[in-house]
Design a protein around this ligand. Structure first.
Ligand code: ELE
Length: 288
């Protein structure tokens, strides 16, 4: 069965501090709902806006709840990245992950290769590549991922299913996860290893539902669930998904996960988001 992995939001206080208690509550809730693995410090978790110390604090508190964790450690200073990976040695977790170094223009492929090999050499856990070209400006090709040679898996966030499928074709022994919520059903139906879904923060039931329907061969019903997923994603993007995620958790799961950290600002017109969510909420309820 494909894994359901949730890249958790990181709750912040209005003063901009990481709210570790709220994070723990949120993760406890997700684990109870049946989520398989928690992905920390990802995009949804505002990883690039967290200091190395904050990233480690996030791991420490979530580890009180579960060890089914992938710990994202990526950054623009390899020394920090390597140190953080080493600091995870006392935690018996699923793995560490990293996006390739971003921002720097015209990154050479051999630099990206060395970055991941250095991370693999330092990491006490299996290493996963987080490929998100829209965010990093760098697409790690299947050939490059193969040449890196030490990866356990890849989380691939593109809107094109051909992308993770070609990774799986070139690297059949690696775990290949899809990071795009728009591709939950096609990823599961085509035998990929699972999904890393931001929507899982606020509607994990829909991911479980798709998985069950695919398992039972009920693809038409699964398409209906995927359409609801797509509408939720459209709505979240309209209000800025990185901020809307916080509102959607409260509205659909009923607990508070605080606010994002600027420069991701809280949703301004929350009342309008809530009213647009209302009809969708009923559809989500009927599918739970
Ligand atoms: C995805 C984003 C993708 C989730 C993470 C994730 O947060 O670490 O709008 O499809 O580009 O990367 O949710 O968002 P879109 O894996």
């Amino acid at each position: 069965m494909p894994d359901i992995i949730v890249p958790t939001v990181t709750p912040f206080t209005p003063e901009g501090k990481v709210d570790l208690e709220k994070l723990k509550e949120h993760v406890t809730h997700l684990v109870r709902k049946g989520v398989d693995v928690i992905f920390l410090n990802g995009t949804t978790g505002m990883g690039p806006a967290l200091s190395p110390e904050e990233k480690l604090a996030v791991l420490k508190s979530v580890y009180d709840v579960t060890n089914r964790v992938i710990f994202q450690v990526g950054g623009l200073n390899l020394y920090d990245v390597v140190k953080l990976a080493r600091e995870s040695k006392d935690f018996d977790i699923v793995g560490v992950a990293s996006y390739p170094p971003y921002y720097f223009p015209r990154m050479r492929e051999d630099w990206v290769l060395r970055y991941f090999r250095d991370l693999c050499a330092a990491s006490p856990h299996p290493v996963y590549l987080y490929n998100y070209p829209l965010a990093t400006g760098f697409d790690v090709s299947p050939a490059l991922a193969k040449e890196i040679g030490c990866l356990k898996g890849v989380k691939d966030t593109t809107q094109d299913l051909a992308h993770p499928l070609s990774l799986k074709r070139v690297l059949p022994d690696l775990k290949v996860y899809t990071g795009a919520d728009t591709l939950v059903l096609p990823s599961m139906a085509s035998g990929l290893d699972g999904v890393v879904s931001a929507l899982g923060n606020y509607a994990p039931e829909l991911l479980l539902r798709v998985r069950n329907l695919v398992n039972d061969g009920k693809l038409r019903e699964a398409v209906e669930v995927q359409q609801v997923i797509a509408e939720l994603i459209d709505l979240s993007r309209k209000y800025g998904s990185l901020a809307a995620n916080y509102v959607l958790v409260r509205e659909l799961q009923g607990h508070d996960v605080g606010v994002p950290r600027p420069p991701v600002y809280p949703v301004v017109d929350e009342a309008r988001l809530r009213s647009e969510l209302e009809p969708l909420k009923r559809r989500v309820e009927s599918l739970k």
